[in-house]
Design a protein around this ligand. Structure first.
Ligand SMILES: Cc1cc2nc3c(=O)[nH]c(=O)nc-3n(C[C@H](O)[C@H](O)[C@H](O)COP(=O)(O)OP(=O)(O)OC[C@H]3O[C@@H](n4cnc5c(N)ncnc54)[C@H](O)[C@@H]3O)c2cc1C
Length: 525
């Protein structure tokens, strides 16, 4: 690659949001889609359960809106949620036209239900591999379009700002060289940041890079205290926290503690199908060891009759078999893991951030559509709907005025040698899990803040991928802790032991952070 490149549009990320946006821009100019690893390595590819969409007409759309608003615990931006549910059917129709093979029975699309949905509206593919199928079909469609270039093994490093506009970005290419790419508009579709916690369902690429990059150049970031923890990730020593979809509980799985007792009736009337945050906190309490360490509880499907579990959950079954476990025969050890970031770069309903020519969509963005807690299977839909909406707006961006050339050295990063990256990363993840995880309080969060300050003083400045990711994760951790400290209440996925109640008078608002103001402020929609 030459040291400096130009495109009309640059998209950071090749998950559902990035690919859908690229397709929407392709007839308007040259689009470069950048991805840190190979195409297909993204949260999108790991999505199991499905995509929520109201295909049953107006009543279904209204019910989907109400379910989304209820799950968001008082913080959903209703305008954004209305767009999500109303435009969802059209966007899913496009996916069908582009060849996405959702599961069917006698030719009809199969619809299942997950926690907190009032009716069956979840489409799935290959049983429990929905994201991989959607990603496959979007990628096939994008590959066939000449004006879209797909750049693999390339890491976006920093955004470049001229005056008050974002005009490009620096990337670390597959040979480790820093390059500049300029564009008329840039979309951050870089996904979540699960790697900020020691226990996560997210793949290694989920390091919050886009959010940290935007924050560094002054963009506003919102709702970072809201991290959804999935209640049931596989808990085996030395094995990644593989997700065991909520659909297992939808099919009748029980949760049992180490004494073999079911316990969810002590926590919620809906028992195993209670909202995710309730189940995750219940597991944390039930699975606590005598030394305060989180052990695990068990998922039990041994009693489930009339469902061929291997056929209904082929990917999950295959993964479990590799570890000597069988859903119909064994108790499966599970514990919660960080799963989905409701917060992100603050956008309006068209993906516009607070900086000119900079857009965000998907998990990296925060339009307020999920409020304080995402409704299950709404995030794939969000990527589709808001990826498409962002593309519509980006198309209207005028050509930038002729401007000075940037060199890769204009990056905001300073590069010095350092070799402690891995140890520092593990320390950061541990601190975040223990002090800013599922159950929080002021003293733990203050301890986290001081640990993060220590880690900051040791951050390496090298320009290799792992150091850059560590720097980004540190910024994300700092934003989560600051926002969690400021929100002195419990709401949705954010639970404070020292403020266990919801406080609408003070906090029915979104937290907003920006580098310029530093302190967290709270804003209404
Ligand atoms: C195990 C699992 C199961 C899930 N199940 C479901 C489900 O059933 N239904 C549902 O709706 N949601 C589910 N989710 C959530 C959902 O998958 C994600 O929220 C959604 O796919 C995010 O899409 P995205 O396009 O925003 O980001 P992603 O799909 O995560 O894509 C991010 C892209 O950005 C790239 N990237 C990141 N940083 C950089 C960088 N610095 N430079 C270049 N490229 C970069 C990555 O390489 C990747 O290509 C699940 C998530 C996980 C992890």
């Amino acid at each position: 690659m030459e040291t400096s490149r130009r495109a009309d549009y640059v998209i950071m990320g090749a998950g559902i949001a990035g690919l859908r946006a690229a397709i929407g821009l392709a007839d308007k100019g040259r689009v470069i889609v950048i991805t840190k690893e190979q195409l297909g390595e993204s949260n999108t590819s790991y999505a199991q359960g499905g995509i929520a969409v109201a295909l049953g007409g107006e009543e279904d759309v209204s019910a989907h809106l109400e379910d989304t608003v209820t799950a968001g615990d008082g913080l959903v931006n209703r305008e954004a949620a209305k767009m999500l549910v109303e435009e969802g059917p059209l966007r899913v129709e496009e996916l069908l036209q582009w060849g996405t093979g959702f599961d069917r029975h006698n030719g009809e699309l199969m619809l299942t239900r997950e926690g907190a949905h009032s009716r069956n509206r979840i489409l799935h593919a290959n049983g429990d591999a929905t994201g991989a199928e959607i990603g496959r079909s979007l990628l096939a469609h994008a590959r066939a379009i000449k004006s879209i270039s797909l750049l693999e093994w390339t890491m976006c490093v920093d955004l470049l700002v001229e005056g008050d506009e974002v005009v490009g970005l620096t990337v670390l290419d597959h040979e480790g060289q820093l390059r500049v790419i300029r564009a008329r508009a840039i979309l951050l579709a870089s996904g979540g940041a699960g790697q900020v916690y020691s226990d996560t369902t997210n793949p290694a690429v989920a390091t919050g890079d886009g959010i940290a990059m935007a924050y560094r150049v002054g963009a506003e970031v919102s709702d970072m205290e809201f991290y959804q923890f999935h209640p049931t990730a596989l808990s085996l020593p030395g094995v990644p926290r593989f997700l065991l979809s909520e659909a297992l509980r939808g099919e009748g799985a029980y949760l049992r503690n180490s004494r073999g007792e079911r316990f969810m009736d002590r926590y919620h009337a809906l028992e195993e199908l209670a909202p995710r945050d309730v189940v995750a906190r219940a597991i944390t309490r039930e699975g606590m060891g005598t030394g305060g360490e989180l052990l695990h509880v068990y998922l039990d499907m041994r009693h489930v009759q009339g469902v061929d579990l291997r056929k209904r959950f082929p990917s999950i079954s295959a993964f479990l078999v590799q570890h000597g476990l069988d859903l119909s025969r064994d108790l499966i050890p599970v514990r919660p893991a960080a799963h989905y970031l409701m917060g992100g770069v603050k956008t309006d309903v068209n993906g516009k951030t607070s900086l000119k020519r900079l857009y965000a969509a998907g998990e990296a963005a925060c339009s307020g559509v999920h409020g304080a807690n995402r409704l299950a299977s709404n995030s794939l839909l969000e990527g589709l709907v808001f990826g498409a909406r962002a593309a519509e707006m980006m198309r209207e961006e005028p050509e930038p005025a002729a401007s000075a050339e940037f060199s890769a050295n204009d990056s905001n990063s300073t590069f010095m040698a350092g070799n402690e990256t891995n140890i520092l990363l593990m320390e950061l993840q541990r601190v975040m899990w223990q002090k800013a995880g599922l159950l929080r309080d002021a003293s733990g969060l203050l301890e986290a803040q001081s640990a993060l300050r220590q880690i900051c003083s040791k951050l390496p400045g090298t320009s290799d991928r792992s150091s850059l990711e560590l720097r980004n994760l540190h910024a994300i951790a700092d934003m989560i802790v600051c926002s969690a400290l400021a929100r002195e209440e419990s709401r949705g996925a954010h639970y404070r032991n020292d403020y266990p109640n919801r406080d609408d008078a003070c906090f029915q608002k979104h937290s907003v952070l920006s580098k310029e103001r530093r302190a967290v402020r709270f804003e209404s929609d």
